[in-house]
Design a protein around this ligand. Sequence first.
Ligand SMILES: [Zn+2]
Length: 427
Amino acid sequence: MDILAIVSEEVKEIFSSVICDDSVSLEMLERDVLDAARQLGRKVLEECFSARATDVSPVSVDCPDCKGTLRRFRQCRRYVETLCGAVRVSRWVYRCDGCGHYHVPWDADEGLKDGYTVSVAKAMCRLSARMDFREASEELAHHGIRISHTMLQQKVQQWSEGMSVSDYVNQQALEVGSRWYVSADGVHTLAQDGTYHEVKVGCLYRDYPQLDLKSVASARTKSLRYVACQSDAASFGEQWFDLATASGIYNDATDSEEVVVIGDGAAWIWNLSEEYFPGAVEIVDYMHAKSHLYDVAKQAFGETSRDTIEDWVKTTEPFLFAGDTQEVIVRIRALGVGNSTLSEMLQREAGYFQKHAKRMQYQRFVENGYHIGSGLIESACKHVVAQRCKQASMKWSRTGINAILFWRCLLKNGASDAFWDKQSNAA
Ligand SMILES: [Zn+2]
């Protein structure tokens, strides 16, 4: 049947029920028209899907499981979830004359994801990335897509299996006068057994020391890319590095390419930095270093001696900023003289400044236009991870949280369309 004929017939029938007079409120009219449009869309899709499913199906195809041949066995109906609602489609089921397996090539060839169109699958993943599964399920129902929150969770988890964020980021060119920054941090989320596990978050951005503050902020934000996963440092490191190279770091093979690593004091960050970004300018976040001065003063003077603590930090901080960690260490050790317990505790803090001395040349960094703060990665811990994964009573399995982190990073990286385009093209 001619699709135009169907449409015009359906339009007449469906829209005849829409009452357009003054007794009907604008809101009801809007709702009726929208319902009618969806109904019409569903009918049109049903015709189109069925036509494609029967017309283009070859009589026989090769079996993907063996060397046998799949032959048309019988036509079978199923429902496909579309943005216009469930659409019934009849397509050929094939049976292999070798291994006897049944296959429905049409579903895979058309890129259906377990009976959902890509548009529906996309909405399922996007909403689940942004809100908890119950809310996402309610939101989908509001748009006529019915799926339970447990099925939703199962599907978004399944579709992210084996996927990697770095496969869907675009290359960025490092312009003259700009620098690469990479950064990492950790945030703890609750596991199903009631213990806390660390999610590691990595980000990357370009910065332009020569631009004014306002232009820098917008250029930086545009270039920001994230990766996050609950894993050990080694496997996070691979993903962090993949994100960096996929985004363009080390691709120019020019010596002038400058990479800066910013982090707090966590040992895994600096081990990975050495492994993957050798020769990078390394900077320990200034606020973290300063907070260690407070820790020292609190241990030495007691938590309640606020004025003494403030005075000591105030007189010591200029040495920290100047990069004179030796003087900082001398001042720390002086506090422990004559008190062996305190002296031992302070030795650990002195060790922190000793270990990171090269990463604390703040004045020189600032003079050369480097950032000395890891604010961007700290805020990433909040908006990439905590906002979705640390809500009241949320407990996660490793697979479950990594699936959601994959979808969230995809959204934050502006790579959602790239992902689904690839999925459609692969079909
Ligand atoms: Zn076979």
